[in-house]
Design a protein around this ligand. Structure first.
Ligand SMILES: *[C@@H]1O[C@H](CO)[C@@H](O)[C@H](O)[C@H]1NC(C)=O
Ligand SMILES: [Cu+2]
Length: 311
């Protein structure tokens, strides 16, 4: 057993290296608090509704098997499930202060079939999107993003379980995608819920996707928010399938995404490689212990206290 003192000491040792990233650490459902999995604690004895994950590091490949429920996302030995009435709101809490204010927020459900999600492989499920928000105002390069709004609201995002979703056992997958660097960074975590009440509108085949499969590296990760096009364009296309049920249903009122008819900005050419930090890579910030010099002609600029980048 760990004593409280040793857990605190271990957390202090780990935190400085991981502050620039993170994930969903807890949930609030109908006023009830649910702790998530603690990736830096021993798995032994952990109980949570959240599927286990192992690192604060992001996923940077849309084709990774970890894109469904993080690494490794399989149910734990003492996996919990919580009961949620359809129509309820679920709030996910990211670590504070979430360091990446540029990118979309997305929430998915997947029906596990049968009488539990425990033991079900998330990569074999079909997912549908119940909530998303992307660029809220301004331009891709200088605008206000849903993830910035998430930070503003105490690092939380709230999504509503649609009242029309059929009752059953589901995984709920909260995700933020960070666009401050290329390739983009995916932060998905999953939790097990049993939806009660509900309706009879199953998702249509056009609304269902697989993870991996829902995102292509080319269209999700090619958004260069620092390009000259991005400084004037407001046309950001939120990745993934159309929302379940058609019209927007963001629990945060954040689905004010601009029209999506224009093409996305071209991906930038690959950064030059040499001994120091490449364009768009991290070069500083609180807790950063890596290299701080940028490849010519780029310079290290602070994005926020936790993240500086070669631009
Ligand atoms: C903000 O989030 C933290 C968890 O990160 C929570 O403990 C705290 O109660 C929240 N504050 C408010 C005002 O909701
Ligand atoms: Cu990060």
């Amino acid at each position: 057993m760990y004593s409280l003192g040793s857990i605190t000491a271990a957390a202090l040792l780990v935190l400085p290296q991981v502050l620039a990233h993170g994930g969903v650490l807890s949930y609030s459902i109908n006023g009830q608090w649910h702790w998530g999995w603690k990736p830096y604690n021993s798995p032994s004895g952990q109980t949570s509704i959240q599927r286990p994950w192992s690192t604060f590091d992001p996923i940077t490949d849309a084709g990774s098997g970890s894109i469904s429920c993080n690494n490794d996302g399989s149910s734990s030995a003492a996996q919990l499930t919580t009961i949620v009435a359809a129509g309820s709101r679920i709030t996910a809490y990211w670590n504070s202060v979430w360091p990446h204010p540029q990118g979309p927020m997305l929430t998915y459900l997947a029906n596990c079939g049968g009488s539990t999600c425990t033991g079900v492989n998330s990569r074999n499920l079909k997912w549908f999107k119940i909530d998303h928000a992307g660029l809220l105002s301004g331009t891709i390069g200088n605008g206000k993003w849903a993830s910035g709004k998430m930070i503003d609201q105490n690092n939380t995002w709230t999504s509503t379980i649609p009242s029309t979703v059929p009752a059953g056992h589901y995984l709920i997958r909260f995700e933020t995608i960070a666009l401050h660097s290329l390739p983009a960074q995916f932060y998905p975590e999953c939790a097990q819920i049993q939806i009660t009440g509900g309706g009879s509108r199953a998702p249509t085949s056009a609304e269902l996707v697989s993870f991996p499969g829902a995102y292509k590296n080319s269209d999700v990760m090619g958004v260069n928010i620092y390009s000259s096009e991005s400084m004037s364009s407001s046309n950001y296309i939120i990745p993934g399938p159309p929302l379940y049920g058609g019209s927007g249903s963001s629990g945060n009122g954040g689905s004010t995404t601009p029209a999506t008819s224009a093409t996305q900005p071209e991906p930038s050419s690959p950064p030059p490689s040499s001994g120091t930090v490449n364009q768009y890579d991290q070069c500083g910030g609180i807790g950063w212990s890596g290299a701080t010099g940028c490849v010519s002609p780029y310079t290290c600029k602070a994005v926020n206290d936790y993240y500086s980048q070669c631009q």
